[in-house]
Write a protein that binds this ligand. Structure first.
Ligand code: NAD
Length: 262
């Protein structure tokens, strides 16, 4: 099979890890379906990623849609099906969506605290959407033996960070979903793993209260004296897409230069 026939789906393709992984996969010969959710001000980022993929001689089919909407998912899967006629399936999927509420649980004014809607939205977008996409991609025959699904967790799944309560819960759920999907998809030969990236300076990171302090702390204590970069994860993803990596599933893979040990 020629490299030109390989396709990956990146959920969250316009920025941070999703953008870096899209570019690195394109370098490695993959065409990219990208889903992102950008308004006018951030839309140029998506356009740039798409152009970079095309400049590498690969195809880029991008959708500016909310991944958590059932109708959007159905529509995008149908369009991917049409595009993939000759090849039929996806080699890889990366779920790299950052859309969480960063309010505290406890605040004197209830409006300043996470409420039911915010909690449910955060867990739905950042964790549960992995399950719904995977279910529908399997049903549509777009994930087959050898296909690999990855998602993005953080040390926040098992640590406390100010303002990170809802996202932290989403990360715990995401890791649990990864194990469960891996169990249920093992007989089909589809692997599901989760990257635990180190702290990385992306637009999502800059939304976290105290992010400057967190950055300072990491720069002081990190074994390698630097923060993680999206490209660190992108190189790891490309390496793990190798078909010889075929006995690893249901795991959380740390890509943080040893940061979580400190
Ligand atoms: N930055 C970090 O320090 C860090 C560390 C570990 C894990 N992560 C995780 O990595 C993932 C990506 O984060 P990032 O730092 O690259 O963020 P980012 O802000 O750079 O990129 C987020 C991407 O998600 C897309 N997106 C957001 N909401 C969406 C929605 N509803 N539908 C479709 N697309 C949507 C955006 O358009 C963008 O492409 C997240 O799950 C995040 O929690 C981040």
């Amino acid at each position: 099979m020629s490299h030109h026939d390989r396709w990956a789906l990146i959920l969250g393709a316009s920025s941070g890890f999703g953008a870096a992984c899209s570019r690195a996969l394109a370098d490695a010969g993959y065409n990219i379906f990208g889903v992102h959710f950008d308004l006018k001000t951030t839309l140029p980022r998506a356009k740039q990623v798409k152009e970079d993929i095309e400049a590498k001689g690969r195809k880029a089919v991008f959708f500016n849609k909310n991944v958590a909407d059932d109708r959007n998912r159905a529509e995008i899967i149908l369009k991917m099906h049409e595009q993939l006629k000759s090849r039929g399936s996806l080699d890889g999927v990366l779920h790299s969506v950052a859309f969480g509420n960063l309010k505290p649980f406890i605040a004197s004014n209830p409006e300043d605290a996470v409420d039911r809607k915010a909690m449910e939205m955060t867990i739905d977008v950042m964790a549960n959407s992995l399950v719904y996409w995977t279910q529908d991609l399997v049903r549509a025959g777009l994930l087959v033996r050898g296909s690999k699904v990855f998602s993005m967790t953080s040390s926040g799944s098992h640590r406390v960070i100010v303002g990170y309560g809802a996202v932290s819960a989403a990360k715990s759920a995401l890791e649990s979903h990864t194990r469960q999907l891996a169990l249920e998809l093992a007989p089909k030969g589809i692997s599901v793993n989760c990257f635990q990236a180190g702290v990385t300076d992306t637009p999502a990171f800059r939304m976290i209260p105290n992010h400057e302090k967190i950055k300072e702390h990491i720069l002081q204590l990190h074994p390698d004296g630097r923060m993680t970069q999206p490209e660190d994860v992108a190189r790891t993803l490309v390496a793990l897409m190798d078909s010889r990596v075929d006995w690893m599933t249901g795991t959380v893979i740390r890509v943080d230069g040893g940061e979580d040990n400190i």
